[in-house]
Design a protein around this ligand. Structure first.
Ligand SMILES: Cc1cc2nc3c(=O)[nH]c(=O)nc-3n(C[C@H](O)[C@H](O)[C@H](O)COP(=O)(O)O)c2cc1C
Length: 370
């Protein structure tokens, strides 16, 4: 195991790595984090976003917050999209600032599907794989509300949705991002399609584990036509547990084993995998990543609950190629330097995780270098 205070470059986290066509100077990735600061009607990122991401450009790779691929995708307030020219122009300012600060940034694109709420949809029902309520909460302008029974997407609407992912991917390319990550984790639309309790379709997109994965594979193919597969990534959370639908049981994990094998054929830049939350599953983090490695033949970015020490150990054991950190990047914009020089980490204020302005967003200081 690595010495936490060793000189820069010697601990595994600080070694360079190539993920597809992405060349990272270190293996510390900033995980995608929705911070709900797009308080304008256009849902476009602003100068504040550009400052926030540039402050964190020391990461080997930044992943943007999840951004909407179309209007139907919207499921939280003040979260930016990437489906209009105004939004794309805002993102161009973000990528410019990150590049000027020496960083690299990929765009995360997503769709909340049935986990949205009529309040986000002008009173209309949200869309999902089938008319089954995911029984989650949606964060609306009036506070958290229970989700409702959605409307099932028609086959033609699925084709339209895939086209919207492709257009969002093209906008991300135009905005100057270095790559694209497809948000397929948590309770989002793609994870809803993968789930046999929420996806009860009998067409080409449901009925078997293979068919439930078809939407994701169609989207990977569509965005890869824009980007080339070596700059495309997917974020998945096989161990996700929430509500009655997402159970992370043996059957669900076996479905993901199969999906990981199939995604190996897509030659992605990396697969971003979320392991079990500590204490929520009989599999621990190292067991989970050994399992993922057994089924996926490409590069893996590991996530959830890592510390500098556990991340270095995972990399030392070659169970992943890089590790992403979410919450630690909120209050530690210079996280890589803190790992390099052994500076203590600051705690973020949870009250300012989502929404508001600069407070709790761009006002966390860097540690003085020793
Ligand atoms: C404030 C916040 C917002 C998040 N938003 C997103 C998001 O937009 N897309 C996504 O894939 N994950 C999102 N996540 C999950 C993180 O990417 C990551 O999986 C999670 O924080 C676990 O990593 P950590 O233990 O290092 O924080 C969010 C997490 C936090 C704390």
């Amino acid at each position: 195991m690595s010495d936490q205070t060793s000189a820069p470059g010697t601990q595994p986290l600080l070694r360079p790595v190539q993920l597809g066509a992405l060349e990272l100077p270190n293996r510390v990735v900033m995980a995608p984090m929705t911070r709900a600061r797009a308080t304008n009607a256009a849902l476009a990122p602003t100068e504040l976003h550009a400052t926030y991401y540039a402050q964190r450009a020391g990461a080997g790779l930044l992943i943007s917050e999840g951004t909407w691929v179309n209007r139907e995708a919207i499921g939280y307030i003040h979260v930016p999209g990437i489906y209009t020219d105004e939004q794309t122009d805002g993102w161009a300012k973000v990528t410019e600032s990150v590049h000027a600060a020496g960083g690299r940034i990929v765009s995360q694109i997503g769709h909340l599907g049935a986990a949205s709420h009529p309040d986000h949809q002008g009173g209309r029902l949200p869309v999902g794989p089938s008319a089954v309520n995911p029984q989650e909460m949606s964060f609306t302008a009036e506070g958290p509300k229970d989700t409702v029974t959605p409307r099932a997407l028609t086959g033609a609407e699925i084709a339209d949705t895939v086209r919207d992912y492709r257009k969002a991917a093209a906008n991300a390319l135009r905005a100057g991002f270095d790559g694209l990550e497809i948000h397929a984790q948590g309770s989002h639309l793609i994870a809803q399609f993968l789930n046999p309790r929420l996806n009860q379709r009998t067409d080409a997109y449901g009925g078997t584990s293979e068919k439930r994965a078809q939407l994701l594979l169609d989207i990977v193919e569509a965005v890869s036509e824009v980007w080339g597969g070596e700059r495309v990534a997917v974020k998945l959370s096989p161990y996700w547990k929430t509500g009655p639908a997402f159970t992370a049981d043996a059957e669900a994990l076996a479905d993901y084993d199969l999906l990981l094998k199939r995604l190996g054929d897509s030659d992605l830049a990396y697969l971003h995998l979320v392991g079990p939350a500590p204490g929520t599953h009989t599999d621990d983090t190292f067991t989970a990543f050994a399992r993922f490695r057994g089924h996926y033949r490409g590069a893996v970015v590991a996530n959830l609950g890592f510390t500098q020490a556990t991340a270095n150990e995972l990399l030392e054991r070659r169970l992943a190629d890089a590790v992403s950190f979410g919450a630690p990047f909120i209050a530690n914009p210079d996280l890589v330097d803190r790992f390099a020089y052994g500076h203590p980490l600051a705690d973020g204020d949870r009250d300012t995780y989502y929404g508001g302005g600069a407070e709790g967003y761009t006002d966390y200081p860097t540690a003085a270098r020793s």
